[in-house]
Design a protein around this ligand. Sequence first.
Ligand SMILES: Cc1cc2nc3c(=O)[nH]c(=O)nc-3n(C[C@H](O)[C@H](O)[C@H](O)COP(=O)(O)O)c2cc1C
Length: 275
Amino acid sequence: MIEFVVDSKKCTRCGECVKDCPVGIIALEDSGPALIADKAKLCLKCQHCLAVCPTAALSVLGKNPADSQVLAGHLPTAEQVEALIRGRRSVRRFAPEPIASDTINKLLRTAAHAPTGHNNLGVVFTVIEDPATMKQLREETLAGIREAVEGERLPKGMEFFAGIVKAWDRGTDVIFRDAPHLVIVSAPKSGPTPAADGYIALCTFELLASSLGLGTLWDGLATWALVDIAPQVGAKLGIPETHELVYTMLFGQPAVKYHRTVQRDQDANIQQLIW
Ligand SMILES: Cc1cc2nc3c(=O)[nH]c(=O)nc-3n(C[C@H](O)[C@H](O)[C@H](O)COP(=O)(O)O)c2cc1C
């Protein structure tokens, strides 16, 4: 049920909801905006109609516009966002103390607002808050890699994991960096864009975490270990069977502080296309 309801006292008939609907299923009738009945099934449930209405006259999917966050006066400046993007760093030194559950919950609930293909909203965040689980994951992953090394079963191109086991034996956790938390994103294989949805969700998570002074690390090593080298450990992560494990990210309170941005030789590789 789309539950498209317009408050005629508030509606100015500006037509913004009609123009902004990505699938063109709203028409401006004499009585005001209305769903085109035979097209209603195309609704993406994106709620653009609710968000774009200047007078909060439109409710959809049972959502009251008064419950939305008003944007005017609540957005960071472009300068602040730029500093956040340029100042974000990969953190490889973490404090052992866990982050408050409420903070983690807020981070994940906000990151879930990242866009997904066709608004499928299928990304699942599998999060480890519990230190004992983190310890067990570390140990089982390393044991799985060790078995692959000893059985000469490391996938081609991943022979360097033998060195990671040696580092572990010397007391250095190159894969999980002693981080207190890990988040794994997965998305339905049947969806239109599972990999992109997962990456975008983690990018969003990372920037928000950085704004809170938390550290994150995209963990390619853990992802390879859990997907390709020790899938028997990956199978214990509880990722839904219909999902693709997209990526893993460590996070926690950093035990390092960066005081300035890095300076890239080139800010960006940009090429102009002129046809
Ligand atoms: C997809 C991806 C996977 C990564 N995997 C790892 C990893 O497994 N271990 C690690 O220490 N750093 C990893 N990194 C971090 C990069 O090395 C880091 O982003 C890069 O050196 C630039 O540093 P910065 O993030 O501080 O700007 C990864 C980064 C990305 C984007």
